[in-house]
Design a protein around this ligand. Structure first.
Ligand code: ITT
Length: 198
């Protein structure tokens, strides 16, 4: 059987890798904006993860007339009134290293016992045939006391997941995808796609 193609409207290498890890074993071919070099920069002007996810996927559907999915995600830190939230990629500068961003969070959290936080992921599906559909999920964590682990990307070295007693960056890819915000949202997406393609 020919592989079904899924276009992920993202330029984030870490996200794209995780979509591939989860969807390719299920028979999907995952493409990304790297395969659409003429796609202009998309302005994320929504006020929620779900709105921004729709903006990104819809931009691809509108320009190319094809089905697309997108992922808008981020980190909410309760002690910072849920910041950086939808600003997670841009916070302290889009091109600032995560070694630095993570250290700023650890410094600002010094002495703070309220360390609860979560990753949120909204995945949107857009098509010329139906209204946008959004799947959202979260994973509850705490901010670690120091960065640990080399796997994953972004904020993973400081995202401590209490049930496994390790950070997201210390997990194998299967461990992370098994419990992550993105993993859970992808499984909702898969279920929907299975019905859609039935
Ligand atoms: P695209 O819009 O091109 O997909 P982006 O990086 O700009 O890429 P977002 O606006 O959704 O995407 O920002 C999400 C940010 O949240 C991302 O850059 C990471 O810093 C953080 N993030 C989300 N999920 C994460 C994960 O699983 N591990 C580590 N950091 C994550």
């Amino acid at each position: 059987m020919e592989n079904k193609v899924i276009v992920v409207a993202s330029r984030n290498a870490g996200k794209i890798r995780e979509f591939r890890e989860m969807l390719e074993p299920k028979g999907y071919t995952v493409k990304s904006l790297e395969d659409f070099p003429d796609m202009p920069e998309i302005e994320e002007n929504g006020t929620t993860f779900a709105e921004n996810a729709v903006v990104k996927a819809k931009a691809v559907t509108d320009l190319y007339g094809i089905d697309a999915i997108s992922d808008d995600s981020g980190l909410e830190i309760d002690a910072f009134d849920r910041m950086p939230g939808i600003q997670s990629a841009r916070w302290l500068g889009h091109d600032t290293s995560y070694t630095y961003k993570n250290q700023v969070i650890l410094d600002r959290m010094k002495g703070n016992e309220n360390r609860t936080c979560r990753y949120v992921c909204a995945i949107a599906v857009t098509s010329t045939r139906h209204k946008p559909v959004v799947f959202e999920d979260t994973v509850e964590c705490t901010i670690a006391y120091e960065p640990k682990g080399e796997n994953g990307f972004g904020y993973d070295p400081i995202m401590y997941y209490p049930p496994y007693e390790k950070t997201m960056a210390e997990m194998t890819k299967d461990e992370k995808n098994g419990i992550s915000h993105r993993g859970k949202a992808v499984r909702k997406l898969e279920e929907w796609l299975n019905h859609e393609n039935a």
